[in-house]
Design a protein around this ligand. Structure first.
Ligand SMILES: Nc1ncnc2c1ncn2[C@@H]1O[C@H](COP(=O)(O)OP(=O)(O)OP(=O)(O)O)[C@@H](O)[C@H]1O
Ligand SMILES: [Mg+2]
Length: 357
């Protein structure tokens, strides 16, 4: 395993700036998730790390070794893609052994390593089958086994679970995480599924338009999103954003709108600020740390574990609130809810960056 350092990496395809100055330093042995919307450059970054793409600018290091111009086969990187790229004409055991054969590893050692990795991935009983005789999840496990059998320095996985059904995804999610705990290879994992990102990543790098907008632990990303984009991208249902006027009376500075008034500890020096509130931080009971907000129930979504209420708080603003499932709420009725003001986020509406108030 190796530390991966990405230094000012740019990758342009003609006018398209797929990567627009990426800086990232990934600690050795970490499981890092690249999270971002379609087209933001995730796959391109993976391909640059593996050496499949040449950089337009910048450098890539593994530990302190400059890899920028090293061909893919000499980087000791393994990659697993969304479509399980296993050879259809080879039995599972030959598929897994293939990278070792290429490296001319002695036969005895190949046998030992195939045994080791197939036990790790629970596919020992499938070794004599052909890929066509496997389920999607089993095939993906073979692809992962083949990727890690030669103990790569860096493991890259690009949406490896997106072809699997929902149940299998959840199962593979925990299996891949367990596997990582056992082999501790530095892993970069691409997904646009935020639940995958939050549950699997030691750290998450959130990407937008060829740039990394925040790199931190799942907790940091959730609790202290650096921009409106990160705040809105992570969390389900999405964070509510309310435009608030900044006002003062005497020495008190406060944010006000929608019948809500929240004291600010500092003066943001702005006429208005964007306040972010997650649906799970709006409660039905009043507490010492909450402010009341009233609205009319516009729409109710009953999920099995909770109910999502869209509360109309002005002619053009709905507040999304998460409440317990068994609570009866009818569309059209008035409803009082309480925003936990210790859990709100503030952003500069012009730069969209977080401000701590
Ligand atoms: N070979 C290429 N030639 C031209 N443009 C490309 C090429 N590869 C990628 N791009 C462009 O670069 C940008 C980033 O693409 P990339 O595949 O890295 O996105 P992504 O984040 O992996 O998206 P997705 O989540 O849909 O897989 C996109 O605008 C894409 O159209
Ligand atoms: Mg992609």
């Amino acid at each position: 395993m190796a530390k991966v350092v990405i230094e000012n990496v740019k990758k342009y395809f003609g006018n398209v700036k797929a990567l627009d100055g990426i800086n990232l330093s990934i600690e050795e042995g970490l499981f890092v998730v690249l999270l971002g919307p379609s087209g933001c450059g995730k796959t391109t970054l993976m391909r640059c790390i593996s050496g499949l793409e040449n950089l337009t600018e910048g450098k890539i290091f593994f530990d302190d070794e400059d890899m920028t111009n090293v061909p893919p086969k000499d980087r000791n990187v393994a990659m697993v893609f969304q479509s399980y790229a296993v050879w259809p004409h080879m039995r599972v055991k030959d598929n897994i052994a293939y990278p070792l054969k290429l490296k001319k590893v002695p036969k005895k050692e190949i046998e030992e390593r195939v045994k080791w990795v197939s036990e790790l991935l629970h596919i020992s009983e499938l070794l004599d089958r052909f890929p066509a005789q496997l389920s999607g999840g089993q095939r993906q496990r073979v692809a992962v086994a083949r990727a890690i059998v030669h103990r790569p320095k860096v493991l890259l996985m690009d949406e490896p679970l997106s072809n699997l059904d929902a149940l299998l995804r959840v199962k593979m999610r925990s299996e891949l995480k367990k596997l990582h705990e056992q082999v501790r290879v530095t892993t970069i994992y691409v997904t646009h599924d935020q639940i995958e990102a939050m549950t699997m990543g030691d750290k998450i790098a959130v990407m937008k338009a060829g740039k990394i907008v925040q790199y931190g632990t799942p907790e940091e990303i959730y609790k202290r999103p650096r921009t409106i984009f990160v705040a809105g991208f992570v969390g389900s249902p999405q964070m509510n954003f309310l435009q608030m006027k900044v006002l003062s009376s005497g020495t008190e500075i406060y944010a006000e709108n929608f019948g809500v008034k929240i004291s600010l500890k500092k003066d943001p020096n702005l006429e208005s600020i964007t306040m972010g509130v997650r649906p799970e931080h709006i409660k039905l009971e009043k507490t010492e740390r909450s402010v009341q907000i009233t609205g009319t129930v516009y729409f109710v979504e009953k999920l099995m574990s909770e109910t999502i209420v869209h509360l109309s708080i002005s002619s053009e603003k709905n507040l999304v609130v998460k409440i317990p499932y068994d609570l009866l709420v009818r569309e059209g009725e008035k409803m009082k809810v309480y925003i936990d003001f210790e859990q709100v986020h503030f952003f500069n509406p012009l730069t969209e960056e977080r401000i701590d108030l």
